[in-house]
Each structure stands twice: as C-alpha cells, then as structure tokens.
Design a protein around this ligand. Sequence first.
Ligand SMILES: [Fe+2]
Length: 495
Amino acid sequence: MTQAMLSRRQWLTGLVAAGVSPGAFAWGHDEFRSAAAELQPFRGLDGRDLQADSLVVEGRWPAGLVGRYFRNGPGLLQRGDRRYEHWFDGDGLLQCWTLAPGGRISHQARFVQTEKFRAEQGAGRFLLPAFGTAVPAQRPVRHADSVNVANTSVLLQGDQLYALWEGGSAYELDPATLQTRGVKVWSEALRGMPFSAHPKVEADGTVWNFGTAGGRLALYQLSAQGQVLRHAVLDVQAPPMLHDFAVSQRHLVFLMAPITLDRHALQAGAAMLAAMRWQAEQPTRVLVVDKADVSRWKLFEMPAAHVFHFGNAWDEGGHLRVDYVQGVPLPEFNAAIGQLMQGRRAERDVSTARVLDIDLATGRLTLAARDEAVEFPVVDPRVVAQRHRLVWYPTAVDTSARWGFNGLMRLDIESSARERFSYGDDVVVEEHVMVPRPGSRGEGAGWLLGMGYDIRRERSFLDVFDAQALGAGPIARAWLPYAVPYGFHGRFYAG
Ligand SMILES: [Fe+2]
C-alpha cells in the first residue's frame, strides 16, 4: 500500500464506516488555526479523552501482529488563553492501540490523572510551574510529583501500566482501562526519587532505570515482575537534565551534558528550563557503571554534546560501544521548540546518529558520525544490552523546509547500509517501534509499527511495515477518525 493508493473516496468511505463525519475535529483553540498545517497537533486537546473502535484498515494487517501498543505524550498544551511555551510541558495523554485478531483495531487515549492535571482541570487554568513555562505556583509544591505531568513514555509489568516522566515518580494505570491508580513507590528507600522515562528492558525482562535529583543519580534494577532487585544512589554531580542512558552486558552508560542550574534564576521565578545554563566550553562526561557492582564507576570526557536518546550499547573485549543520536545544543533546541509552540516553523540544525567506542583501559574515545536527520532510535527488543546491527529511526527525506520527520530509516551500523521510506510532504512521522514476528529469531525479523499524522486529512494513523523492507512502504494502515497530539514514546506488548 502506498500513499498514492489511498483515494479520497476510500478515505471518506472509511470515515463513514467509523461513524465520524468529515470535518469533525477533536480540538479547538482557535488562535492556533493560523499555524502551519504540520503544526496543528501542537494545539493539543482540552482534557477530554478519545476513543474509536472498529477502525478502518487499509492493506492487509499481519495476522501475527496482535497485542497492545501503548504510547505517551504531551496531550494538553493550553488552558484558556495561556499556552505552554515548551512541548515537554504538556499533560500526559496515554494512548492504547488494541490490535485484536483478524485485524480488528481500536484506539483509546486518556489523560493521566496526575495531581497537577486534576487540580488544573478543575480550575480551568494552569496553577503550577511547568518544566519550560513559568507559572507562579497557586498550590503548594511539596515535591517533584506536585508538578509531575507523566507525559513521556510507558512501561507495562504484569497488571501495572506505568506513565513515566523524567523528573518524578512513575504513575500507575490500569492497562485495560487506562484509569489512573496513583503514584508508584518502588521502595521506601527510594520514595520521591525520580524514576526516569527511559527504562531499559533486557531480553529476559530485567529492567534497569535511573533518576536524578540534586546531582545524585539513583539506579534501579527490577525483575520482570517489578520487584526491586537492587538500587543505589551515586553522587556523580549529575546535570539537571539527564534524559536517557544505555545498557550493555556489563555496563550502564550515561552521557552527562555540561548543563548547570542557575538557582538564583529559579528562585526568582524562572522556569526550570530557563534556569539551565549550557556550558559549551565544558565537556560532556561519560559515566560508565559496572552492572555487577554499581558502586564501581568511571568517568571519561568528550567535547560538549547533548543527547536525548540512545539506541543501545554492547561490550566488545575491553571496549564499550554506544549507539545514540546527538542532538543540537540545548539552547538552540529550546529556541526552536518555543517557536513551534507558537505555531511558527523553526529552522535549526538536525540531530544525527553516532556510535561511540570507549576503550575502557586507556580511556580513548572514538566517534563515528552520520549526517542523516534522525531521532527516536529503536532496536529489536531481543538485542537490548547485546551487540546489535540494526537501528530504526524517523528521518527527514529530501525536505528541510518544515518541522518533523517525513520518513523512516533502517540503518545497519556494521555495514553502513541504510534503507529509507519517504512519505513525501503530507505526513509527519512519530517514533516507530520494532516488533519481533512471533516464532522468529533473527535480529530485525518482524515489523516496524508507528503513528503518523496526515497533514491534508488532519487525521492520525497507525502504519505497519516489514522491518526488513521499509522501502516497500507500509503493509497496512489503521486510520483514526481524529488527530492526536504528537507524542514521544511507546512500547508494544504482544498477546
Ligand atoms: Fe525520550
């Protein structure tokens, strides 16, 4: 199936079948209507939930692709006439795509009922500071969870679905209904310590995660069932923003960017983000922690670099290899996001793929860099913490004029071979996840699954590709009868 094959007639027929009349948009905020078409999902929703059953599917949905695809992202970005100034501020909107046998697909999206969301929804206005927007506190801020928006990613363990945010606790939800249960406390010793939004799940289900507060770095090792196996707190002068990390067979690795916090600015009422200072002359510190004994760690240094996301890491002899995406320096990134939030396109440098080789004995660091614009790297979940070859990313293909990604790329980091698919100019692509085909064994055997936003139709959709044949285009597509605000991260759970 290709974009060109989806005729307007087919599309209209699909909408009628879904019980929705064309033009029934899910959002308001009139003052954002003048924004560029691809920025419309940055309007956000008004706090009401979404649900659509019996979605129209085009193409042939793979018989083995059955399960639930959970996603999270900032769903509410404005109250009254006040818009958030940064995308990261929005309240968590938890989505669940249910993929039932026979290609029967439904979608549900509910706001995480955080303490902040409930208070502000009741008041109809913002009451509490956000990460990137200075809102004077009109309620007590007792701890990080007073301002937790639970908007970044998800993790499912047994009957617990977690909505995750970098700066605070995990929020527990019912995975069947997406109803919020409350704040998760992993252990009394770690009460109030953040549980960040990028836990790593190894092939046997073991989970590693971290959280930072006041320069300290908490480490968590959980069993597949969610029991805390080990925890530790390291005093490593962690920066005020540390988003992701990577895990190899023997190590945890963090790239700590040269960001400091101006406490005077913070006390004077600046937003957290505005109080961060990018120290361009300072190094990014590479922290390597021994998984066998987390009290043993080493620091290396590399030129200032800002990294949001890692693909994976592995050990090879005395070397540690780390696959990640290097972002643009924080001030440029934030300036561009600020423009997007006002509905204006922003020119900026792009984020690009890297593989860092660390010689653990000599401390010599070697970097291999690529130049395609990419973000949101994912690997086959079967190779997490093991040597991998394949990484999938949203990418920009033959376009530099607008925000976002319009294609997908699979990269073989060993051979440098790449395969890309371009949607052209009418689609913005979000993070895609790699889903192993049941019964298969080889790395990359399976599907690439993810959401896109059709700019002309103002609808979001879910596409599935053969993960080894992106160039052939999507195998099948499930259309939503509405658009969903752009999200951050998701996970697929089979069954
Ligand atoms: Fe992230």
